[in-house]
Design a protein around this ligand. Sequence first.
Ligand SMILES: CCCCCCCCCCCCCCCCCCCCCC(=O)SCCNC(=O)CCNC(=O)[C@H](O)C(C)(C)COP(=O)(O)OP(=O)(O)OC[C@H]1O[C@@H](n2cnc3c(N)ncnc32)[C@H](O)[C@@H]1OP(=O)(O)O
Ligand SMILES: NC(=O)C1=CN([C@@H]2O[C@H](COP(=O)(O)OP(=O)(O)OC[C@H]3O[C@@H](n4cnc5c(N)ncnc54)[C@H](OP(=O)(O)O)[C@@H]3O)[C@@H](O)[C@H]2O)C=CC1
Length: 515
Amino acid sequence: MSMIAAFYGGKSILITGATGFLGKVLMEKLFRTSPDLKVIYILVRPKAGQTLQQRVFQILNSKLFEKVKEVCPNVHEKIRAIYADLSQNDFAISKEDMQELLSCTNIIFHCAATVRFDDTLRHAVQLNVTATRQLLLMASQMPKLEAFIHISTAYSNCNLKHIDEVIYPCPVEPKKIIDSLEWLDDAIIEEIAPKLIRDWPNIYTYTKALGEMVVQQESRNLNIAIIRPSIVGATWQEPFPGWVDNINGPNGLIIAAGKGFLRALKAAPKAVADLIPVDTVVNLMLAVGWYTAVHRPKSTLVYHSTSGNLNPCNWHKMGVQVLATFEKIPLERAFRRPYANFTSNNFTSQYWNAVSHQAPAIIYDCYLRLTGRKPRMTKVMNQILRTASMLEYFLNRSWEWSTYNTEMLMSELSPEDQRVFNFDVRQLNWLEYIENYVLGVKKYLLKEDMAGIPEAKQHLKRLRNIHYLFNTALFLIVWRLLIARSQMARNVWFFIVSFCYKFLSYFRASSTLKV
Ligand SMILES: CCCCCCCCCCCCCCCCCCCCCC(=O)SCCNC(=O)CCNC(=O)[C@H](O)C(C)(C)COP(=O)(O)OP(=O)(O)OC[C@H]1O[C@@H](n2cnc3c(N)ncnc32)[C@H](O)[C@@H]1OP(=O)(O)O
Ligand SMILES: NC(=O)C1=CN([C@@H]2O[C@H](COP(=O)(O)OP(=O)(O)OC[C@H]3O[C@@H](n4cnc5c(N)ncnc54)[C@H](OP(=O)(O)O)[C@@H]3O)[C@@H](O)[C@H]2O)C=CC1
């Protein structure tokens, strides 16, 4: 019997960010391994014209939850969606709901955040810092609370090279920032933002660091743990391999590469690609929840959920495997044949951007214009290049994350728990994982049919022929222009032509002699 699964039985669990990538996998695993849990409260806001109930219905009826419905048929009754907007005071939760949360919650998993790199400082602080503080305040009024698990990111201290499982202080106190945002206007905030974030690469990582500091400062006598995942990728094993549902992080780039839009990246080929499967992160979260509640460590423990120091993979290896998978399982209607060129050199990267990205987009838009259609490729390409440039910082560096606490926890688990809540990334086979990942992007994110693979392969063959044709035509045009302008080019040209002619004549004569 799994001790961790048994621990969550009969518990009331509060999850923020349950509608997000990590949150959904967390809920799925909880229902599947502890179907006798009492209730999962999720804080949800209406979105994209959908009510809370519609959003929950959509999640529970997705492929991700198919196994859950077999194990826990009354899952609909065990999930309680509470209207909440984390960017508002008291999260805009009604009095009755608040009362229920305060009196019943046993465990909190705080996953909600804004993960956009380009968010405004005001909004990112509201979500990643103030909301965390507010939730801690709520937690301190929960008599039955056993553990508060805060999800941060391994990159919250990415201004350092070696990162230990400790909370590092930020140069400016979170409280001072929260207070000043109350009276400063938006224009001034955006002006001071770059000065505040100093050597952090973006507002997201900076506000996640502030969030950790708030956890440390407002922990009171709560049982708290912080988990820092690196780049969270598709599921490795559970509930099935390759599940993914948003275009964040690697996902968008994999699509852009598979569709042939993105053929070069400014990335250090040897830098560590610190991906971590989402189910591995969730298993660690559940194990940490159990350990924090049962063993009540004296201080707030930080756990790194990273792969680099235990089972490293680099961008080159990853790129090669992504391309190899696209050979077998191509995406539909690709713009160009997939190709991956990683370079950390500025000049080479700009060259590839011009030749491999911008020029084809401009040519294609000219073609669209000439055929009476609306040009759109340059816009798409600029969007992709903007995203790629935002990720560049993470693609050109390697970090060392120590994992003492994570390894300590692993050794505390029973063999059964090590199997059911496996977060040992050393067992991950990268080649297999990446293949399933790419397949998952095609199936679950792009919703492409596997029956379309032969047609997609045929399309790639046509693209290859167009590519050869285009290159030959381009070569001939350039050469013709060169010949018209330079005596030297003419001489070379005549030398090659006469050489070929002599070779052919000799070949013809010798074959006539044999007959
Ligand atoms: C050579 C080829 C290579 C081939 C080989 C490839 C090998 C593999 C290589 C792998 C390399 C991995 C590198 C990862 C490094 C990550 C490091 C993370 C470190 C920290 C990790 C963390 O701790 S934490 C999570 C990280 N945080 C994000 O990763 C958010 C980032 N990102 C944004 O910060 C915004 O994205 C940014 C960018 C501002 C643009 O912002 P933006 O406004 O320009 O664009 P948007 O993203 O809003 O969306 C654009 C359009 O996509 C539409 N769309 C949105 N979602 C959609 C959905 N689910 N399905 C359908 N469509 C969707 C949307 O509706 C827009 O469509 P439309 O334009 O028509 O409206
Ligand atoms: N994905 C990754 O690569 C990594 C993620 N993390 C951390 O993991 C956590 C989860 O990330 P992930 O699942 O990928 O992110 P998602 O963007 O998929 O999910 C974010 C969640 O936060 C919720 N949320 C955002 N704003 C509000 C709001 N105002 N009120 C209520 N809910 C809100 C979203 O709700 P809604 O659906 O309504 O938008 C969504 O459920 C975050 O803390 C992130 O920092 C850490 C490292 C890497």
